[in-house]
Design a binder for this molecule. Structure first.
Ligand code: AMP
Length: 412
């Protein structure tokens, strides 16, 4: 396949200039597929995960089309609407619009819950080109009469499957009902469960379906290792791993908010600068934690799945699953936080005996068994014989470690 450039895809000069500044040389596969279709005015159903470049895939054509066909949406009106399931993702898309659109002179704003509504109301009062919103707050502002959606010509639904998981599909339908029928619609989702298919069928007209790298291959570049460990040993294992300076910028995932706080606190006591990120924190506290992590003030970010959606921090060297997620798709999202934009990355998963079924679902989804960790630190080595009957050291090659891994799991 010959490599195309952004210019070959029809991207306009002011956007190309911004992309040069960002050092984006080659479009990613989702960009190569989506950009020409969107510029041609098609509705698009895109199956792609974060980390594939999907944000630019829809932001670039959106900015270009709005700039080419600039119409004032009228007071309190919105020209294009992007819906995202979480605040972090919305903020991130807003950053994308600012970065790629810096030479376009378009106005956008972000509408999300958990912060005061007045600045959002003011930003939209005179009408605005693009709004990035989480569904609940947007509906709130519409119901209060602060926002009109009858001038929207473009609708983007990002991470539709997450919208479903988080119970927003109903709000999305309500919002869609307020939009003009005559519009261009784009729906992105990492997976396509039935309710998302149904939603797509309702909202999109004759969509072009594009799909990049199925879930399994998204994570291929990532070195994925599992430590079989008792729950009570996880803390010591984490401390031991963190003693390696090679773990420069690390995201640790926990299942609960409380767990995230506790792990961050334990790391702090051990002298490792860590910030917790979860849904109980205010929007400002979450942004502060992220910023500290992004700028290197904290070496570790301890996050729950929902808070982690849409986090885009470059050069995350390691992802650690302190607890395995109960939804296998979350595993893919988590480990995708490392190895972004073509870089390599490492993901460690701590699997205690109660989590072995989760591990099995993950491996079924990714169609790729995790490697049993090499050089297993103390706590694991000590406890391994009790489960497997053999010492774990040297259990590094997949052909040997797999059957034993299965036995361990079957016995659990
Ligand atoms: P996304 O999947 O939209 O979350 O993007 C993943 C990451 O890839 C972000 O950090 C983008 O800045 C980066 N990125 C997106 N497109 C490109 C590209 N064509 N070249 C290099 N980096 C990119």
């Amino acid at each position: 396949m010959t490599t195309t450039s952004f210019s070959d895809l029809g991207v306009a000069e002011p956007l190309l200039r911004a992309l040069r500044t960002e050092n984006y040389e080659t479009p990613t596969p989702i960009q190569a597929q989506a950009i020409p279709l969107l510029l041609a005015g098609h509705d698009v159903l895109g199956i792609a995960q974060t980390g594939t470049g999907k944000t630019a895939a829809f932001c670039l054509p959106l900015l270009q089309l709005i700039a080419e066909n600039r119409r004032h949406p009228g007071p309190r009106g919105v020209g294009a609407l992007i819906l995202a399931p979480t605040r972090e993702l919305a903020v991130q898309i807003g950053e994308g619009l600012r970065t790629y659109g810096r030479h376009m002179g378009l106005r956008h704003t972000i509408v999300l819950g958990g912060v005061g509504q007045n600045p959002q109301v003011r930003a939209i009062a005179r009408g605005i080109d693009i709004v990035v919103a989480t569904p609940g707050r947007l509906l709130d502002l519409v119901n209060q009469g602060h926002v009109r959606l009858d001038a929207v010509t473009k609708l983007v639904l990002d991470e539709a499957d997450r919208m479903l998981d988080m119970g927003f599909i109903h709000d999305v339908r309500k919002i869609a009902a307020l939009l003009p029928k005559e519009r261009q619609t784009l729906l992105f989702s990492a997976t396509m469960p039935k309710p998302v298919e149904r939603l797509a069928a309702e909202l999109l007209r004759a969509p072009q379906r594009i799909e990049v790298t199925p879930t399994a291959s998204t994570v291929e570049r990532i070195d994925q290792q599992v430590f079989f460990v008792e729950s009570r040993e996880k803390r010591a294992l984490l401390a031991e791993l963190m003693a390696d300076a090679g773990l420069e910028r690390v995201i640790v995932f926990t299942r609960t908010k409380h767990g995230a706080d506790r792990v961050a606190e334990q790391l702090g006591k051990g002298g490792v600068a860590a910030e917790a990120l979860h849904g109980n924190k205010s929007q400002n506290a979450r942004q502060r934690a992220l910023e500290k992590f992004r700028t290197g003030g904290a070496r570790v970010l301890v996050a729950t799945d929902i808070a982690a959606r849409g986090i885009d921090v470059d050069d995350v060297t390691h992802v650690i699953n302190y607890e395995l997620p109960n939804e296998p798709e979350s595993y893919v999202h988590r480990v995708g936080r490392t190895a972004r934009a073509g870089a390599a990355g490492v993901a460690f998963s701590f699997c205690d005996p109660t989590e072995q079924a989760y591990l099995r679902s993950i491996e079924r989804l990714t169609k790729r068994p995790l490697t049993i960790a090499r050089g297993t630190p103390g706590p694991v080595a000590r406890s391994a014989p009790a489960r497997g009957g053999k010492p774990r050291s040297g259990a590094t090659d997949k052909t040997r470690s797999r059957p034993r891994g299965r036995q361990q799991r079957a016995a659990a």
